[in-house]
Design a protein around this ligand. Structure first.
Ligand SMILES: Cc1ncc(COP(=O)(O)O)c(C=O)c1O
Length: 464
């Protein structure tokens, strides 16, 4: 007899198997759960980019905790750092008090920053998620400028708390966003493949910059001077969209000339993922505020903002929080930052990423359903399109979310974990750890190519 909803059989035969755990998850966890829906994996062991499920199946993990695991799962230097803290008898919870562990983390972090921020910057430890650091950055710039508006971009993703959500572009998740009475001014982010101006390339990015300057300068444009501009150097959740360097420099010039602080959200792009330690470095731009999380905690929760000291005018307690002193995360983060720097993993990310992009572009040449392949370093996206549909006025085919979902499932069957993102969740995203070997990179691409073939055949059969 089927159990009543919510009823959990005490210890049935399969209770501790993957299936039992998944079944209980479905019965007990929120309807808002996300990855767990499309990736029914119950991880029990993990090392590097290898993950083993409770059912004994093995996977190559190209999701890496949504881009958190710069060194993959359970890297020896991270485990050692965590064990050292545990064995030392140091407190695990320390609010925002000074500790040797925190001091070492701050030193390691400042060693990675652009000199202008390292020499004249401040760090604020935030609540443990990226979204809280975004909130802190918004609050800091509002207090420092005495203004309220925010310039944010189409395709942006900054988190799920009220202020960060208001800055996020995705209208499906923004349904209940508090956008401060419409004070978020949405600007077009340069998106070559689906250019908002219909021209693409550098011209599209130039028009985006021109639009931005005009929004700020038009005395009858209806826009008050804002407290900040918030942007990602490569939009991750937006569909792996890298901004051109010249456009970033223009954003810096436009904001500097109008005394608008520039906040760069490096939550996902940071710690060598895009081929430089911080993604913004490539353009030579130095932001006023950097938002950092994910990889800086070496797989444990940690989030900070670093900012120019002139902005440091908020009062004691302006951004407090009980969990700002995670000692294990700081130790894991210090080990990760040091290992990435000492082993020049930004170069590795650039080289392997370029090779993977090139092979994917070769694949795209024979697969019309691959509309675009793009990325920077080890942040890679493959946008899938519906070849049966009519192109838009500018020649682009519509997104194919069903095919993307099929590819994700076929990849999983082949032992490859990938994420979907972008407009209509039609971009297959690869975020492998920076420690990925050449053999693993080849295996990822082999499995993805095979998954794409299988998904296309299945789609054709379904349509027949
Ligand atoms: C660019 C960016 N900013 C902010 C966030 C929010 O971070 P968190 O999920 O830790 O709140 C994310 C999460 O994916 C992100 O990619």
């Amino acid at each position: 007899m089927p159990s009543a909803p919510g009823h959990i059989a005490a210890q049935d035969d399969e209770s501790m198997t993957g299936e039992g755990i998944l079944r209980r998850q479905e019965q007990r966890e929120s309807a808002a759960r996300t990855y767990a829906r499309s990736l029914p994996v119950v991880p029990v062991r993990a090392r590097g980019m290898n993950v083993e499920g409770a059912d004994g199946r093995r996977y190559l993990d190209c999701l890496s905790g949504a881009g958190t695991l710069a060194l993959g799962h359970n890297h020896p230097v991270v485990l050692e750092a965590v064990r050292d803290v545990l064995d030392s008898g140091a407190p695990l919870h320390a609010l925002d008090l000074a500790t040797p562990v925190k001091d070492a983390f701050t030193t390691a972090l400042f060693e990675t920053l652009p000199p202008e921020l390292a020499d004249h910057g401040r760090v604020q430890f935030c609540g443990p998620a990226g979204t809280d650091a975004v909130e802190a950055a918004l609050k800091l710039t509002r207090i420092a400028t005495g203004r309220h508006g925010l310039l944010a971009f189409s395709g942006a993703y900054h988190g799920m708390t009220a202020g960060a959500l208001a800055a996020t572009g995705d209208t499906t998740v923004r349904a209940c966003a508090d956008d401060n009475g419409g004070r978020v001014i949405r600007l077009p982010y340069p998106y070559d493949y689906r250019c908002p101006f219909g021209v693409g390339g550098d011209r599209g990015a130039e028009l985006s910059a021109r639009w931005t300057a005009n929004v700020l300068d038009d005395p009858k444009g209806g826009v008050q001077p804002p407290a900040a501009m918030l942007l990602e150097v490569v939009q991750g959740e937006g569909g792996v969209i890298p901004a051109p360097d010249f456009w970033l420099r223009r954003m810096r010039e436009i904001t500097a000339a109008r005394s608008v602080p520039l906040i760069v959200d490096e939550v996902q792009t940071g710690v060598a993922r895009t081929g430089t330690f911080w993604a913004v470095e490539r353009s030579g731009v130095v932001p006023d505020v950097m938002v950092l999380s994910k990889a800086i905690g070496g797989s444990l929760p940690l989030a900070v903002i670093v900012y120019r000291e002139e902005l440091d005018v908020w009062q004691p307690g302006a951004h407090a929080g009980t969990f700002r002193g995670n000692q294990l995360a700081m130790a894991a983060g210090t080990a990760t930052l040091r290992f990435v720097r000492e082993n020049r993993l930004h170069e590795r990310a650039a080289t392997v990423g370029a090779r993977m992009l090139s092979r994917l572009r070769g694949l795209a040449a024979h697969q019309p359903c691959v509309g675009d392949v793009r990325g920077r370093g080890l942040m890679i996206g493959v946008e899938l399109v519906d070849t049966e549909a009519d192109p838009d006025d500018y020649g682009a085919l519509p997104a194919d979310p069903r095919l993307a979902a099929r590819v994700q499932q076929e990849a999983l069957r082949r032992g490859l974990i990938v994420e979907l993102g972008g407009r209509h969740a039609s971009v297959v995203r690869l975020l492998p750890p920076l420690t990925i070997t050449d053999e693993q990179a080849e295996a990822v691409l082999d499995r993805l190519a095979s998954a794409l073939d299988a998904a296309r055949s299945a789609a054709k059969e379904a349509a027949a």
